[in-house]
Ligand binder design. Structure first.
Ligand code: ATP
Length: 367
């Protein structure tokens, strides 16, 4: 039997509440499949550790993660610690340190979930946003000087490298080609940012020649927000810089019904290091302890993780269970339901176990 080593980093806020449920459904789906097993190791990294020990993760944290096949991450962020400290101290440290340069964010309207867009239902919005995850606006280049003086300066330099742009473009074109519509939109801002973004556009042109069977176009990021709202059916695969895709994918999550259902994968496509799977939402301290955190985003992440590990059958079964439960209206309050985190999980576990009496729904992990 195959054994996959999974590192679990629940993190802060509702992270532990949804990751524990994610691990339960993973275990159930593995048991049902019978062909593999997950060996899970938990890490208590996050803001509480920062409070106790002065860092969110230990010095040798990255080395410890390297021996795993995949990482399931909850969320990081706490009212007690500045956001840039938590983000750079854990999530970005892992993504950059393990060179997980492709951030993949599938967005679909799940059955039973209502989009805030009028007339847009299931099947009308089916996107995958590819976010450059290793450089760009979040390279960490910049500085601050003359603090507190009238002439205080802060710089935040965007770094675009040929290697970084080429590899994300190639990944996005290949992903677009693997989807039925073979369509890619390259998001840019080269009208105002005339160096890095013009290079980004030029490299898109070059890489596109390797993919003559992919239909593609280019859109300014501001116009893209309008297209996403006005004409969601016309979009399929989307590639954007670190900052642009960060913003666009929150919009995508909201248009699909809730941040609570949106997953993301931080992938090292070359598989030199483990990839990391996490819900898009943050720690949501306003609902911690209420038992109402939506676990669906984490379940979808778990399915993405299984697919990445090569367990496509188990991934599809898990998504079928999640979509079946959503279709039956068993949902948390953020998507208009009246069920708790636990009740949604139990329903998914029942479905996986085969004892459901819920209507059948279609599966598919989204990439
Ligand atoms: P961050 O940690 O990034 O600062 P946040 O705590 O501000 O994030 P977000 O995750 O961005 O919160 O979500 C905004 C709001 O959406 C939350 O305050 C919460 O009310 C709701 N929300 C987010 N995720 C979920 C979820 N899984 N289930 C239910 N509601 C959610």
């Amino acid at each position: 039997m195959k054994v996959y080593k999974v590192a679990s980093i629940p993190g802060d806020g509702i992270g532990p509440e949804v990751v524990s449920e994610g691990l339960r459904v993973l275990e159930a789906v593995a048991r049902r499949d019978g062909g593999f097993r997950l060996e899970v190791t938990g890490f208590d990294w996050g803001s509480d550790r920062y409070g106790r020990e002065g860092s969110l993760m230990p010095e040798d944290g990255l080395d410890r993660l390297k021996s795993f096949d995949a990482i399931l991450f909850g969320s990081v962020g706490s009212p007690a610690v500045p956001d840039h400290v938590t983000l750079w101290g854990l999530r970005l440290k892992i993504c950059q340190g393990l060179d997980q340069y492709a951030n993949v964010r599938p967005t679909r309207i799940l059955p039973g979930i209502k989009s805030p867009l009028e007339g847009v239902g299931q099947g009308d919005l089916d996107w995958v946003i590819v976010r450059e995850n290793s450089e760009g606006e979040y390279s960490g280049h910049g500085g601050r000087s003359h603090r507190g003086m009238p002439g205080e300066v802060g710089t935040e330099v965007s770094i675009f490298t040929r290697m970084g742009v080429e590899r994300i473009m190639r990944f996005a074109f290949a992903l677009a080609r693997s989807r039925p519509r073979r369509r890619l939109t390259v998001v840019t801002k080269s009208n105002a940012q005339r160096f890095g973004m013009v290079m980004w556009d030029g490299i898109a042109d070059e890489v596109a020649r390797e993919f003559p069977d992919v239909e593609w176009d280019r859109t300014l990021v501001d116009a893209m927000t309008v297209r996403m709202v006005r004409d969601p059916r016309a979009l399929d695969t989307i590639v954007a810089t670190n900052l642009h895709a960060d913003i666009l994918s929150d919009l995508a999550g909201a248009l699909a019904g809730s941040l609570g259902v949106a997953p993301t994968a931080n992938v090292d496509p070359e598989r030199r290091n483990p990839s990391m799977f996490e819900p898009i939402h943050g720690s949501a301290f306003d609902i911690v302890g209420t038992g109402t955190a939506n676990p669906v985003a984490t379940f979808w992440c778990a399915a993405q993780m299984l697919e990445h590990l090569g367990e496509a059958g188990a991934a599809a079964r898990l998504m079928e269970a999640v979509e079946g439960v959503c279709a039956a209206g068993i949902a948390t309050p953020d998507v208009g339901g009246g069920s708790s985190t636990r009740e949604v999980t139990e329903a998914v576990l029942d479905w996986i176990g085969g004892s459901n009496i819920l209507p059948t729904a279609v599966g598919g992990v989204g990439r």
